[in-house]
Design a protein around this ligand. Structure first.
Ligand code: ATP
Ligand code: MN
Length: 476
């Protein structure tokens, strides 16, 4: 099956070369022009068909979706939309695609509709663009950390530690749900389960990554995580991918520096490697924006927004300062926030987006959150009220990264676990890191799909993962 990829072919100077291409028909106009896509690029190749030279029965079978093998010669194009085109000499139909049944038609489909046909939406220019960028970002993440000498650690997907408290967990069991074994107290007898105890899908690889950092000093994880939280938002998935670097000998400032450098690297990588995809997605976004009410529109086109984020240093300020700003904002005074602002509260997306989009108009890093709203492992500040947490907030997204300097002092960590009812016996292995050669260390978690959302300008997280898992939805 020798063929030339359309991406390569479009780079050539057309000089009547004989070429073989294979792909799927995007459109077939006037019985004359086939627009062929093979997924090597979002560009289509124009095939010119002299319909007097081919049997009518053959041409009738060419519709949107029909897969073809074309042999022909590469010539300069008569049209103004492309440099070159292929004059077809032979056309072989690899697979028919009945027009009446094929859901993808050469017209604009809504993203909601395309979500229902996720098995086919990969074939659209929009999703080719999104998933090509997603692929590039995954590669760039490894490149960024590998260039710095970080060691990639695979944290387990099935865990028995339920201490993280990051979100609701999915249970993993082989017990017969129609006949669950119980102990004498009427509780589920997990000793009969596969692992001999209760097990879950991981909500985060952080705790295991910390174990790695205590050996290699700089590690990262990049894997799937699962949260059974019933939050039906455009920013939450039940299955999402997370990047979690964990570094010994880093304080919170070092942590913020690394996170900012990483995000800028990834955005720059996207700009450099995906200009065509970004151009297409920007246009798509502009059209989508026109449907929205004026005050909800994005003011900056996608490419400009990405460029803007790498130019400016991120704004860094404390949670306490952010609360002051929010309290004194005209927004708050006019009671425009759905959730009232008060020190001690967890910031809602509306507050995060206000800070980023209205107040500072750039990415913001908030630090030193109240300890009550943060996890047990975050390093306690001298004030007794706050911890060395950091959240990075992005325009249009809200939280994209959550991280902290970790509590490296055994006594304080132990005490906090007791206060928060976290089993110090079960978590002995985590406490051991603080008993055996503890060091100051930090880390963070980047939600991969939130990054892809930002870099593609898409607005729903279900559209940046091929097969989204959300409450009441596990199709494909
Ligand atoms: P949020 O407040 O947005 O629910 P979180 O505080 O629960 O986030 P963390 O536990 O700090 O998030 O997780 C680290 C990162 O993982 C977040 O900054 C975010 O980018 C991403 N993330 C968290 N939950 C989800 C989810 N359900 N779907 C997709 N990404 C998520
Ligand atoms: Mn959450």
């Amino acid at each position: 099956m020798k063929r030339t990829k359309i991406k390569d072919l479009l780079q050539w100077e057309p000089q009547n070369q004989e070429v073989t291409v294979m792909g799927w028909t995007r459109t077939f106009r006037n019985n004359q022009f086939i627009s062929l896509n093979d997924g090597s690029t979002i560009q289509n190749l124009q095939i010119v068909v002299d319909y007097t030279k081919f049997p009518e029965e053959l041409l009738k079978r060419i519709h949107t979706g029909t897969s073809l093998k074309i042999e022909g010669i590469l010539v300069p194009s008569q049209g103004k939309n492309q440099k070159s085109e292929v004059l077809a000499q032979s056309i072989e139909i690899l697979g028919d695609c009945p027009a009446e049944e094929y859901p993808l038609q050469p017209k604009k489909h809504s993203l909601e509709f395309l979500r229902e046909i996720a098995h086919l939406r990969l074939r659209t220019t929009t999703f080719q663009s999104v998933f090509r960028i997603r692929n590039g970002l995954a590669f760039a993440i490894h490149q960024f950390f590998q260039n710095k000498g970080f060691v990639y650690i695979h944290s387990p997907i099935i865990t028995s530690s339920d201490a993280e408290g990051a979100g609701e967990m999915f249970q993993v069991t082989t017990l017969d749900l129609n006949n669950v074994p119980k102990d004498e107290n009427g509780k589920v007898d997990y000793s009969q389960d596969f692992f001999g105890k209760a097990a879950n899908l991981t909500v985060s690889g952080q705790l295991e990554a910390e174990l790695g950092a205590m050996s290699f000093s700089e590690v990262y994880t990049f894997g799937p995580t699962f949260r059974a939280e019933n939050s039906n938002t455009p920013r939450h998935l039940a299955e999402f991918w997370m990047i979690e670097p964990e570094m010994a000998f880093y304080d919170l400032n070092d942590n913020m520096d690394l996170a900012e450098e990483m995000l800028k690297y990834l955005i720059e990588y996207t700009l450099k490697n995906y200009p065509e995809e970004l151009q297409f997605l920007q246009q798509r976004q502009l059209e989508e924006e026109k449907q929205k009410p004026q005050n909800e529109r994005n003011t900056m086109p996608l490419i400009e927004k990405l460029e803007f984020c790498i130019k400016e240093p991120f704004e860094r300020l404390s949670y306490t300062k952010a609360i002051e700003i929010l309290e004194n904002s005209s927004y708050n005074k006019k009671k425009k926030f759905q959730f009232p602002v008060k020190w001690g509260m967890d910031l809602q997306t509306e507050h995060e987006r206000y800070l980023v989009e209205k107040e500072f108009q750039k990415p913001v890093i908030l630090t030193d959150y109240p300890k009550e709203i943060k996890a047990f492992y975050m390093r306690q500040n001298e004030d007794g009220k706050t911890v060395r947490a950091m959240d990075i907030l992005f325009p249009g997204i809200g939280e994209i990264i959550g991280g902290s300097q970790r509590e490296e002092r055994y006594e304080l960590l132990y005490q906090r676990m007791k206060e928060m009812n976290i089993s110090t016996e079960e978590m002995y292995w985590y406490l051991d890191t603080r008993r055996f050669g503890t060091v100051p260390h930090s880390g963070f978690g980047l939600g991969f799909e939130r990054l892809v959302l930002f870099c593609t300008g898409m607005s729903n997280i279900r559209d940046v993962i091929p097969f989204p898992r959300t409450p009441k939805n596990c199709a494909f």
